[in-house]
Design a binder for this molecule. Structure first.
Ligand code: ARG
Length: 465
């Protein structure tokens, strides 16, 4: 029901009322709205602005409404524009005058900013938890396959052999950065707008820090105009979410490729695959594709929010009502995508033999043969050309570098000796890449130690949130 009856002679037309409503979206923020109202009521009671008795009635009434919404027995009146009005008008119906006093020294502009910030914090925490879950799945898969080797690619062409664990941990690092980006978004949301009182502050003696602390905010927003109109924290959330969705889509794409007949590196469990309604043989990586596809809507939410904010004059404008749907959608999409991906990774079978066999084609040893010559005194550029020529010979013969004879090598350069065989052995090639961050088993073990320490750090951060 409209809360501004005094100034108006007629109600809003039904179609426009419906058009202007945000209740279908912000009803999901009822917990935050009720918590915000209770914190405000308690603070204005302590400040002597309303009586303790009014405050008690307000809090009891709000608890009852919360319980009913929780149970599903609360009926929302669709004529209420938003969750703030829905709850306040129902409270007033139930407790009368005390309900009417709740809105002293505050505005829906403060309320919506408060609710959205509280929700953003909760959703960041959910996404961060899901990020850590997927990181755990990736790290376990890496631990379970310490010796598996597959071709490493550049331009999706065979480049050099790498450990599977090395490849999987690359994603664990991407997600580590996502965790911190989401944590930054959480920190950006972590300040209270309450007390802005629409835009300019108020003549009531509010204690902004009291309501802020009651709601778990670490600070109050120093400028009342900024307090009601800032949505940077949502942009931070949307950007962090978009980068994370991008990482997920890259992993999803590799799963789609790797589970194809052409690659065959991975077999997805039945629980994470679907069949075809017509082709009985099909086992499709639908869920990986869907995760890849959902990236589009997450990017869409980021762009929508950027465009909504562009050119908005201070302070609150109704345009801002468009902010919550994308926040809820990004958080829900991302949390579920991360959870599904974690399940998919932890139940997948990595086909080590197929991976190793794939290392037999594509001249993965070429760089190491060039290094062999360079280490024996040939300038690297020259060595590169010699090996390029050997690759061409292989192309003509239809064989791999390992199929060449010692005579072939000697013909190309007299620096080649019998020990060239060592440079062709795939596990030795991997083992030689000992640089920090390289793919040798010891280097990857060092890296895995670091990754595991970031997991512990993340769990501690989550516990403290
Ligand atoms: N429903 C609005 C929103 O979601 C909150 C109320 C804003 N205040 C106003 N005067 N229209 O942004």
């Amino acid at each position: 029901m409209a809360l501004w009856g005094g100034r108006f002679e007629a109600g809003v037309a039904e179609r426009t009322q419906e058009f202007g409503a945000s209740l279908p979206v912000d009803r999901h923020l009822y917990r935050e709205d009720i918590a915000g109202s209770k914190a405000h009521a308690r603070m204005i009671a302590v400040q002597g602005i309303i009586s303790q008795d009014d405050c008690d009635q307000i809090c009891a009434g709000l608890d009852e409404i919360e319980r009913e919404i929780e149970e599903g027995s609360f009926t929302f009146d669709i004529r209420d524009e938003d969750i703030h009005m829905a709850i306040e008008s129902e409270l007033t119906r139930r407790i009368g005058d005390a309900g009417k006093r709740l809105h002293t020294g505050r505005s829906r502009n403060d309320q919506v900013a408060t609710d959205t910030r509280l929700a953003a914090k909760r959703l960041c925490r959910d996404m961060m938890t899901a990020v850590t879950g997927l990181r755990e799945a990736l790290i376990s898969a890496a631990d379970a396959h310490p010796a598996a080797i597959l071709p490493g690619y550049t331009h999706l062409q065979h480049a050099q052999p790498v450990l599977l664990s090395h490849h999987l941990l690359a994603y664990a690092w991407m997600l580590h950065r996502d965790f911190h980006r989401l944590h930054e978004a959480y920190a950006a949301a972590d300040a209270s707008p309450l007390g802005a009182a629409a835009l300019a502050g108020t003549s009531y003696p509010l204690d902004r820090w009291m309501s802020a602390h009651a709601l778990g905010f670490s600070a109050v927003i120093p400028n009342s105009l900024d307090a009601v109109s800032d949505r940077d924290f949502l942009l931070d959330l949307q950007y962090a979410g978009s980068v994370c969705a991008m990482h997920l889509s890259r992993l999803a794409e590799e799963i789609v490729l790797w589970s194809s007949s052409e690659f065959g590196f991975v077999t997805l469990s039945d629980a994470f695959s679907t069949g075809s309604s017509i082709m009985p043989q099909k086992k499709n990586p639908d869920f990986a594709e869907l995760i890849r596809g959902k990236t589009g809507r997450v990017y869409g939410n980021l762009v929508q929010m950027l465009v909504t904010m562009k050119g908005l004059p201070l302070a609150y404008n109704k345009d801002l009502q468009e902010d919550k749907e994308g926040m809820l959608d990004t958080a829900d999409t991302l949390t579920r995508s991360l959870e599904v991906m974690a399940g998919m990774v932890s139940t997948a079978t990595f086909n080590e033999d197929v991976m190793l066999k794939a290392c037999g084609t594509g001249y993965l040893a070429a760089t190491d043969i060039a290094d062999y010559l360079a280490k024996r005194g040939m300038p690297f550029r020259e060595a590169h050309a010699v090996v390029g020529h050997l690759v061409l010979t292989c192309e003509h013969r239809g064989c791999d570098l390992a199929d060449l004879t010692l005579e072939d090598f000697k013909e190309a350069s007299d620096l080649f000796g019998a020990d060239i065989v060592g440079a062709l052995d795939i596990p030795s090639i991997v083992a030689a890449r000992m640089t920090e961050g390289g793919t040798a088993p010891e280097a990857v073990e060092q890296q895995a130690k670091l990754v595991r320490s970031t997991l512990i750090e993340e769990e501690a951060i989550l516990k403290g949130m």
